[in-house]
Design a binder for this molecule. Sequence first.
Ligand SMILES: [Ca+2]
Length: 464
Amino acid sequence: MKKASLTLWAFLFSLFLWADESKPNVVFVLFDDFGYGQPPSYRKGSPFKTPNIDRLAEQGIRFTDAHSAAANCTPTRYGVLTGRYPSRIGQFGVLKTYSKPIIPKTRLTVASFLKGQGYHTACIGKWHLGMNWVDVKKGKSEELPIGARMKDGPNALGFDYFYGFTHARNIGGIIEQDKVVANVKGIENQPMMIKKALEYLDQRAKEDKPFFLYFPMCPPHSPIVPAEKFVGKSGMSGKEGKYGDWVYQGDHMLGQIMEALKRNGQDKNTLLIATGDNGAAGRTYAPLRDNKSSIYEGGHREPFVARWPGKIKPGSSSDQVICLNDLFATCADILGKELPPDAAEDSVSVLPALESKDKGPIREATVHQAPAGLAIRQGDWKLIALRNGTKEFYNLKDDLGETRNLIDSKQGESQRLEKLLKSYIAKGRSTPGPAQKNEFDFSWEKERAPGKSKKNKKNTKPKK
Ligand SMILES: [Ca+2]
């Protein structure tokens, strides 16, 4: 009888595990200003030390042609959470401490979608998507008053829990849920964030609910403030030493998340993704052209590794062109759910690529953006169409460094891509489904004409 009872329990437990597997945890770790050429797993001989992202690549899949939606912070994060190209709201620049929220509460985000599917959801780290401050007089943008409250931030967009800060220029203003809880030195920020993330993972281990943890970290964005225990640990010396230590600290935090998942037995049923929001600031790594804020590859091609035991083959790699926007549709695909027509308009499931079951390109094409304008990529071809009217055309297979502009010699190909880009703009989406409206007027020629309205110029300030 006792044996039969144990067998029954074992059977019920296995059923529980089976049911659990249909809803894997999702952990999305986002480095800030992370260069494609920084991890040694992406560039042999790189002087940077990133043992954890390299180990994660060995345990999972390494994408070699993954792209952030934009070449700078705010718009990429808009894309990650909404699965929609940020150009559709005219978000080409970045937000400040007191900037208004750019995602309306009515829009489904990957967080609110997962919450609706029974997930517990948390954002720990840099928000940079705006919030409405309700009882604070605008003071110094570097120091929010303790006790100040805000609304229409992470909690309003699907995150059960938020612990973080507005953006890198206000790294000391620590917010929990809707309230400023501390003002700290920059160097203290990241140790506080990772501590909270590890506590969160430990807490989730006590619950049955699946969870989604979005961990947008600081490194290697400025201020370059490695904690004391990381100083000198990267092995890099000279001018780049401190920066190398900061990169190393970011990678170390990823390692701590990996350790916590393992310690809690969560790793087997967790899709863990690590990537970056745009290229390295002011640092170009050959063969890619340029870096952060640029429409060239160095601005938006990112390291992107993912691990999901039993689903993703260890040590695999993929040259699929994917976009960070794809997180949303991928999560829906994993859960077998359809998304409404007015959500994730530019998000494509990369699940077939994760599982190495893809046959042919997953995305019809991919749109990139920088403060200067847009580009569209399909196969080997990339058309750059800037707001000032400049057009360039490259074949990335032959010319990854984007050195030979073929706009005059390949008119047929470039015009075909321009037409496709225009159709994505006109339809308000780049995926199948009913047409949607953009909140931005893409008729840039009008904007450039002297004496015309400046209404589309908001949020177009370039850089950081
Ligand atoms: Ca960034």
